[in-house]
Design a protein around this ligand. Structure first.
Ligand SMILES: [Zn+2]
Length: 477
């Protein structure tokens, strides 16, 4: 294994190194399409498990829709087709013949799902209709980076239809809150929530709400979005229902998604010079047990005790891996599991067994004196549970401190542009609402990440007009 690039001086290379050394992804023969290796996929499975439960608690049901969509469907909603056209992969031939109508590989499923909604929604009694699917999508990207921007990626996409606009807005907002809760409390990534500007909005949406994280290099990452589509797709697909007064009405729709990008966010929020640090609540392996022995006789004693301990912890719903591989030295194992970010390492040798104790090593703790603790085997479960909980909280606290320190108060672009270009970071400024002022940010590779509810700044960051809302400006992935 090689040493990771310096996280402070070459963050981009450090990210690439982690992807390889922690065995997260591999290149496939198709440009921009990456293979998720088992460790990365198990992180995704944990994300799915928790999010799926939360989504179902909102009364949303899972379903599955086809990968291929008639090209004409995409064209039904003008903004939607305009937004997605450059990224489409299109099937023109199949079964040895040219197709009469080309089929698009879904870049997102609004068109397919709302077409189906038009068949399923007849009366106000059919509403609200709330559907989610876990699927893959394809968007032909020019520049790709694993997890952050890839040609094919995995996600969930939720689609709902409601009787009133108010209900649709409230539901889209409640989903954004659900995402925020998940990302902050499970992934330990603090976020900024807000609305997207017109130019950054989802193609076909009236409102796009977003949660944005700030990575360790000071660049923002859009984490999850929730859109109010209102009537755009219900008009395009002629979804109509009989309301309570027997009039024909169009439902108000929402769509919302979370993707494998969240794994990229985990890496860039919590990694350090030694590798990943997995928040315990999402970690595929929460505790790795490394047995330490020299003789064959000790090996038997240590492995027996170690598997006893593993069982005890598993009974407390802690996910444990006993690394009894004979081919590797304990030192090599420490290194390997550190890179993969397993939050707690448990070391056990013959002497420890004599003393009825084990060593717990905290992946997050940088202070050498505090990193290792000896704990009695008698109250091991409690000690491990407490340590996992502490790591979860401490990880969030550290990320939150960093976020707060990196949100700079500023007034005019000229004053903060040098800092933005050299050091990245987020800037909370005022905005007049004009797209001309917004476009100025592009010249510095930055953008409006979101509009906030506050109005602390009096003037626009660029022109002399007064501000209508505070915004967060940053460079983004
Ligand atoms: Zn302005």
């Amino acid at each position: 294994m090689k040493k990771l690039a310096d996280i402070n001086n070459d963050f981009a290379q450090w990210y690439q190194d982690i992807l390889t050394e922690a065995e997260l992804v591999d290149q496939s023969p198709v440009k921009g399409c990456f293979v998720l290796r088992p460790y990365a996929y198990s992180i995704w499975e944990n994300i799915q498990k928790i999010l799926d439960k939360k989504i179902k608690q909102t009364g949303t049901q899972n379903a599955y829709f086809p990968l291929l969509i008639p090209e004409s469907f995409l064209k039904k909603e003008a903004k939607h087709v305009q937004g997605f056209s450059p990224e489409l992969a299109v099937v023109t031939h199949a079964g040895g013949n040219k197709l009469e109508e080309p089929l698009v590989i879904r870049p997102t499923s609004e068109t397919m799902i709302y077409y189906m909604f038009s068949r399923w929604i007849k009366s106000w009694r059919d509403l609200p209709l709330k559907i989610n699917q876990w699927a893959n999508v394809v968007r032909w990207e020019m520049r790709t980076r694993p997890f952050l921007r890839t040609t094919e990626f995995l996600w969930q996409e939720g689609h709902t239809a409601h009787v009133s606009q108010q209900e649709a807005i409230e539901f889209a907002q409640s989903i954004l809150n659900l995402y925020k809760d998940f990302v902050e409390n499970y992934l330990a990534i603090p976020v900024i929530a807000g609305k997207k500007s017109d130019s950054e909005r989802f193609a076909g949406a009236d409102i796009t709400m977003t949660i944005e994280g700030l990575m360790q290099d000071g660049k923002a990452l859009q984490l999850c979005t929730s859109h109010v589509l209102a009537h755009s797709f219900s008009n395009a697909f002629e979804i109509q229902f009989q309301d309570k007064d027997n009039n024909l009405s169009s439902p108000y729709c929402t769509s919302w998604g979370a993707t494998t990008r969240l794994i990229g966010a985990l890496i860039m929020s919590h990694g350090d010079q030694n590798g990943l640090i997995m928040p315990p609540k999402i970690a595929p392996i929460q505790v790795v047990i490394v047995p330490i022995y020299k003789t064959e006789e000790d090996k038997n004693i240590v492995l027996l005790k170690a598997s006893e301990i593993a069982k005890k912890l598993e009974n407390k719903n802690i996910s444990v891996l006993l690394d009894s591989d004979d081919q590797e030295t304990p030192g090599a194992k420490f290194f390997k599991w550190e890179i993969k970010g397993v939050p707690v390492r448990l070391e056990i040798g013959p002497k420890d067994i004599q003393n009825n104790q084990v060593v717990l090593v905290n992946r997050l703790e940088q202070d050498k004196a505090k990193k290792k603790t000896f704990v009695s085997i008698d109250n091991l479960e409690k000690e491990v549970e407490n340590l996992l909980e502490n790591i979860q909280q401490e990880l969030f606290k550290q990320a939150k401190n960093r976020l707060e320190k990196n949100i700079n108060k500023a007034e005019k672009l000229v004053d903060f542009v040098k800092n933005l270009e050299d050091k990245n970071g987020a800037y909370k400024v005022g905005w007049c609402g004009s797209s001309e002022c917004e476009a100025k940010l592009k010249e510095h590779k930055a953008s409006i990440r979101c509009l906030l509810d506050t109005k602390e700044n009096k003037a626009c960051f660029f022109c002399s007009k007064s501000s209508t809302t505070d915004i967060i400006v940053a460079k983004a992935y």
